[in-house]
Design a binder for this molecule. Sequence first.
Ligand code: NAD
Ligand code: DAU
Length: 350
Amino acid sequence: MKTILITGGAGFIGSHVVRRFVNKYPDYLIVNLDTLTYAGNLENLKDIDTLPNYQFVKGDINESVLMNTLFEKYQFDGVLHLAAESHVDRSISDPMSFIMTNIVGTVNLLNAAREIWKDKTEGKRFYHISTDEVYGSLGETGFFLETTSYDPKSPYSASKASSDHLVRAYHNTYNLPVVITNCSNNYGPNQFPEKLIPLAIHNISHNKPIPIYGKGENIRDWLYVEDHAAAIDLVFHAGKNGETYNIGGHNEWTNIALIRQLCQTLDKKLGRAPGTSEGLITYVKDRAGHDLRYAIDATKIQQELGWKPSLQFEEGIEKTVDWYLANPGWLANVASGAYEKYYEKQYTSR
Ligand code: NAD
Ligand code: DAU
């Protein structure tokens, strides 16, 4: 039996990764470590939380003593590190929590792994899940490669870039068996409605304005979350130590085109006349330092490990919209209380 630590498993991507590993690998004990910030929600895992190969530990990766204690207790064979502060807008208004969790928290985990594994690293793996935002912003052409220089522009991406550098440094300096992936924008069920797609679905359903930053011309490369989870599974088991793999959907959309597509899908599903929801589109003040375009070249993971996205975007969006419409309670729960205050502060001044 292998014991695997997944950090941030109550969040959006983490919950899909935990579910996949718990169901697919009954001979692994999956320990989900999450401090349950506003973005962590154990409801995301209620279908698997009684399974014998799953354990939840509420804990903060910023607490180094706790990390050492947990590694000592469980003697983890592998780590999939997803816990992070993940929202760019929040990093603009409150950078410090990003510095703490994304940089210091990552180093606490690296130290704990190093301390337990020492030089017995055969079969061990520290997998750091990162973002394409570390590469900065593209112009109208070109793609991010694994060799593209880092040029992060927001406090969020700078904190993720720092953590990537530290993970590599622990490999080079201490031979820690690490692997890193940098993925493009994910979408799908269970994403917190501060991010563009669930925010738009929530607002359209409630006939509220859909805030589009600037002119809506920024471009993102969207990947369905379960395709990301499949890539993570593959890299964890077959990736090479010390390597980086880019993961992306080859699926670029301007924000405004994506929102129009979402409006059309929701008009159909909600029985509204075509064009109704588009009337909710509202242009607001741009995000500070807003990256123009992200686009991933995923040739390396495709050629070396045989991964490629399984879903077309239209199908993924349909599944996503269906999930949010079928789970209004989930959205209502997370969109209440503290989130309402955040929303008011974030959008009323724009
Ligand atoms: P999320 O914000 O939905 O979830 C983050 C989880 O981490 C939450 O459950 C939260 O409670 C937990 N967490 C936060 N701080 C913690 C701490 N100090 N200790 C323990 N747990 C803590 O994030 P997500 O969108 O699922 O992203 C997961 C990872 O994937 C992040 O590292 C992010 O940088 C990376 N990533 C995200 C995307 C995307 O499009 N969402 C794309 C590429 C990479
Ligand atoms: O590229 C990977 C990254 O994708 C991840 O590392 C981040 O964790 C994740 O949050 C995401 O970052 P983005 O900033 O690209 O995602 P977000 O959903 O916040 O915004 C997507 C685009 O939509 C971006 O150009 C900003 C714009 N936007 C966003 C919001 C919340 C709007 O126009 N209006 C909005 O209200």
